[in-house]
Design a binder for this molecule. Sequence first.
Ligand code: X8Z
Ligand code: ZN
Length: 609
Amino acid sequence: MKNNTNKTLIKSLALSCSMLVLLGACEQKKAVEPTKPTVAEATAFIEDAGKQLIEASVHLGQLEWVNANFITSDTNALVASADEEFLLLSVSLANQAKEYQGLMLPADVARKFEMLKQANVLPAPNNADKTARLAVIKADLNATYSTGKVDMDGTQKSLGDVSDIIASDRVPERLLEAWDGWRKISKPMKDDFAEMVAIANEGARELGYTDVGAMWRSGYDMDPDDFAKSADKLWGQVKPLYDALHCHVRSKLSDHYGDRVVGDEGAIPAHLLGNMWAQSWSNIYPLVKPEGSDAGVDITSALKKNDYDAIKMVKTGEDFFSSLGFDPLPDTFWDRSLFVKPKDREVTCHASAWNLDNKDDIRIKMCTKVNEEDFITVHHELGHNYYQRAYNNQNAFHITGAHDGFHEAIGDMVALSITPDYLKTIGLIDEVPSADADIALLMQRALDKVAFLPFGLMVDKWRWQVFSGELTPDTYNSGWWALREEYQGIKPGNERPADAFDPGAKYHIPGNTPYMRYFLAHVLQFQFHQAACQQAGWEGPLHRCSVYGNKDVGARLNAMLEMGASKPWPDALEAFTGTRDMDGSAVVAYFEPLKVWLDEQNKDRSCGW
Ligand code: X8Z
Ligand code: ZN
């Protein structure tokens, strides 16, 4: 890193001809026509840039890991300074890359130049003070979120504690207290967030993007405007399913809580849906479940009954991947991962998967609870790790997913194979419920996956509006709730205070993780699952299909994973599914029996909001 920084300094001095004139050293240079760089030079430059970035990312990753596992003012400062160095390096490389603009480059080389511009989620401008400030704000926002506490019941509660209340309490006043309490932690973020947006937008403009949102939309091997249209099109395919689920859930909540708390028209108050962000609703299954049918499977009870702990949950996930033919996780995974919330220090509990050396040093970090949600999340995180290891021999620019939605979809696809048959095979349940339980099983899944879709879409719709300037700090919060209502049909649990910054109460906003990836993943995972089941020769309903133990499916999956980002994503999609388009019809096919059932339930209800 140090060498790279020095090189940057020398370069900018060399360019400063006006200074050299003063020293009488510029005349000779002026006489020589600047020669146009060659394609070979451009190729050599970009390969070297990739290597520098990969090397620098190891150092940054180590500090980020330590910070996320031990949040103190010192580790915040350390991570900010490493991030600053990395930003300086990537800005300098992106500026040097401008020298090769206008060259007719082979498509794969041009693609690497585009990827270089996207080396940072938030690019810094060519200004040392602003770069430093950006790095400090990022570290501060992360720490504010991860150490946030809620005053409730006379104690200081963590996000995990208040999430448990939202998941299982059924007293609306308590739900609201937990919901509102968590949103107090994000109020102080607003000014820093706005400053960060301004700095990063300046960086994006220097790279040639209109703003950071346009830069994010440029990461999909297609025109950024077309990308936005594709996302809307996918949403159009699945929206009727969401609307039907929303209608049924609202009606059941109204039955349970009464009209005073939730009416059977209009948006649903966000604190009643079993999740802090109303992003997935599986915790309210008991309130909305189909009556009179077989109850499905209670995975949380099964895990507890069978004495599962965090390690056993992860071992079970590993075993699934092994059954597909993937190598076991390395010993270092078990030595270095964080599986449970430590009692004696602050950590970032939001689950994540890491590869510290871009080779085999893969790890997860989770404050695992023994329940269904975290059992699924374990598979989600392992999906990241197996993907990271599969593409670790690729070129520096290709050591990543085909696109970020692929990365989020792999573990989820595997978790779609957690069917009753599979649970019986591994001894978690004794009896496989009959076909009578299908609606119940589908309802459980839909509360998780279908409920998520509009949330997955609106988070970055909001951020795109923030980056474009359509929303300003004064309208950040009202704009957030306008999108929540438009897409999800939910509303705030109470009137929001003027200084509220509710988006900041969701990890990915202070954490600066783009969110459209999860929307895409919630579509893609069903496409992957459908393709895998076809490969396995499965002919029954998709929700009963498990590819556990199928080495052929594993080999095809691995072939896609190994590609990393070496080809445009449609090539990777084609390698596994035979199609080149993202398509919501697999979601629709998966939930088709539930849709029929929901339409029947809803026939005398007035739906929509
Ligand atoms: O953030 C995550 C993962 C880590 S990449 C746990 N997810 C999103 C969220 O929690 O909001 C997975 C589903 C959506
Ligand atoms: Zn993830």
